[in-house]
Ligand binder design. Structure first.
Ligand SMILES: *Cc1c(COP(=O)(O)O)cnc(C)c1O
Length: 383
């Protein structure tokens, strides 16, 4: 087993079948969207995870934009979401005139702090968007209960949560993305399963199914036309071009075929990090990720939460000197240069804490046991 000379934070994994399937798509003569590879991916994902309907999209960003249109987001609507998330979670709703109501993160992990949600609900609240940070489940029973009580839509930003499960109070496993009314996933090259750029919208609430296909196809009823349900298609609603080409879907299919191997490998790396770095927690240097009893683990990210920002910087520089790239993550959106002037809510100390002290370690399929050991040893050398 070789050790990498310089260890990047991420390296996209190639299963080896990508170019074969892309070439099949090209030779088939149909390379626009909604073809055989798209259907194959969608069906696989629906069956494996119990999603009611899947539509592949060009990204998780565009899947979120579709979700914002589907729930009829209008000027002045309020959307609750954690501040510790990617800009696209918020942008999709800002594009439709909504006001974002940012919630704090949980002290135990960066997911939305459940107890903070109800005090943020007003008569203008339309939806709660939860983010399963690092793939780890939010407490979905609690969230669905709150949403039901206040007649709110729940959208799961499951960008990082492919192949992970929520374990409900009866001990049953439900795939993340199958619980909210809608859910969005990313196949960006930094995610467990990737097509370079790519994503999907999951529609679990049947009321949204017909319209979702129309929005996906530029506001036309072309999908129904292709199925022979109508004799001609036309402009029936707002929409955009949200569907990926067959070239992207062909690439994605090669990845999905290998999902079990990919997940197994990532979990091995995650667990090695966890067991070997527990010592940092004992020494009071950093805390390790918590996987609550209601969540399984898809090993999307392995992160450390340092005691201070200064300490994090010290570790980043130390790792860099040994050619290891470790990176921090989101900066609280309520403090972003775009949104801070609009933000009128309370301070969000946990969100800021994760912005300042969370560090992600390299995590990708080709990371060998020797690489992981080298990273661990390098970290342990500094204290
Ligand atoms: C990656 C990510 C996105 C955006 O995904 P794209 O496919 O790059 O648009 C959105 N939300 C979260 C939480 C993400 O991690």
């Amino acid at each position: 087993m070789k050790r990498l000379k310089s260890i990047p934070f991420n390296k996209p994994y190639l299963t080896g079948k990508e170019t074969k399937y892309i070439s099949q798509a090209v030779k088939s003569g149909k390379i626009s969207g909604d073809g055989l590879f798209t259907k194959r991916c969608q069906q696989f994902l629906e069956e494996r995870y119990g999603f009611k309907k899947v539509l592949l999209t060009t990204s998780c960003t565009t899947a979120l934009e579709m979700a914002a249109i589907l729930i009829d987001t209008k000027l002045g609507d309020e959307i609750i979401m954690p501040s510790f998330t990617f800009v696209s979670t918020a942008n999709a709703f800002v594009l439709r005139g909504a006001k974002i109501v940012f919630a704090d993160s949980d002290p135990l992990n960066p997911n939305i702090h459940i107890n903070s949600i109800e005090s943020l609900i007003t008569n203008k609240t339309k939806a709660i968007v939860v983010v399963h940070y690092s793939g780890i489940a939010c407490n979905m029973d609690a969230i669905m209960r709150i949403a039901h009580k206040h007649h709110l839509v729940v959208i799961e930003d499951a960008a990082q949560a492919i192949d992970n499960y929520y374990i409900n109070s009866n001990g049953n496993k439900q795939a993340l993305g199958s619980i909210g009314h809608l859910a969005t996933f990313s196949f960006h090259e930094t995610k467990n399963i990737s097509s370079g750029e790519g994503g999907m919208l999951v529609i679990n609430d049947e009321r949204y199914i017909t319209r979702s296909e129309i929005i996906w196809e530029k506001g036309t009823n072309r999908s129904a036309f292709f199925r022979g349900e109508i004799s001609q298609y036309g402009w029936v609603d707002i929409g955009s071009s949200f569907l990926p080409s067959e070239i992207i879907a062909a690439y994605l299919w090669a990845q999905l075929e290998n999902i079990d191997a990919i997940q197994r490998k990532r979990l091995e790396i995650w667990e090695k990090y966890y067991h070997e770095l527990l010592i940092l927690e004992k020494k009071g240097i950093a805390s390790l990720p918590r996987v609550p009893a209601y969540s399984t683990n898809n090993a999307h990210i392995f992160y450390l939460v340092f005691k201070s920002r200064v300490l994090r910087e010290k570790y980043i520089q130390h790792l860099k000197q040994h050619q290891i790239q470790a990176v921090f993550h989101y900066q609280s959106l309520h403090k972003s240069s775009y949104y801070q002037t609009h933000y009128t809510g309370p301070s969000l100390p946990m969100s800021d804490r994760y912005s300042d002290t969370l560090l992600r370690l390299p995590m990708f399929y080709e990371l060998s046991a020797r690489d992981v050991q080298f990273i661990i040893d390098t970290i342990k050398k500094l204290d």
